[in-house]
Design a protein around this ligand. Structure first.
Ligand code: FES
Length: 110
């Protein structure tokens, strides 16, 4: 979906679990392989399941690339009132719905 639009923005690597389209495997592995071949993104933006984001955090930080993660948390109110979505960011509690959801990788999953 939207592959043509994304391709206009820069390098595009599609990934699928079954290999039916693009890279056969996880996107973080595709990115790591591209980086081993010399590709170096200016910045990494990631959304998705927590294990993927933790892997992307490790990859980005190991290569000194600014990495942003869009956190997903269970939400109650969605406006910052209930604190259901609170997580540790930079050593303090932040509301994903109100203060995020995008945070620097260096501030989360410590
Ligand atoms: S969902 Fe209620 S504070 Fe974030």
């Amino acid at each position: 979906m939207l592959a043509e639009g994304f391709a206009k923005l820069g390098k595009l690597t599609l990934c699928t679990d079954d290999g039916s389209v693009g890279y056969h495997g996880y996107p973080v592995n595709a990115l790591a392989e591209d980086m081993e071949k010399g590709y170096r993104p200016d910045v990494i933006f990631c959304c998705g399941p927590e294990p993927l984001m933790k892997a992307v955090k490790r990859l980005g930080e190991a290569n000194n690339i600014t990495t942003y993660l869009s956190l997903e948390q269970r939400m109650g109110c969605g406006v910052g009132a209930c604190l259901t979505c609170t997580c540790k960011v930079g050593g303090s509690n932040k509301r994903v719905c109100k203060d995020g959801p995008v945070f620097l990788s260096t501030e989360v999953y410590e």
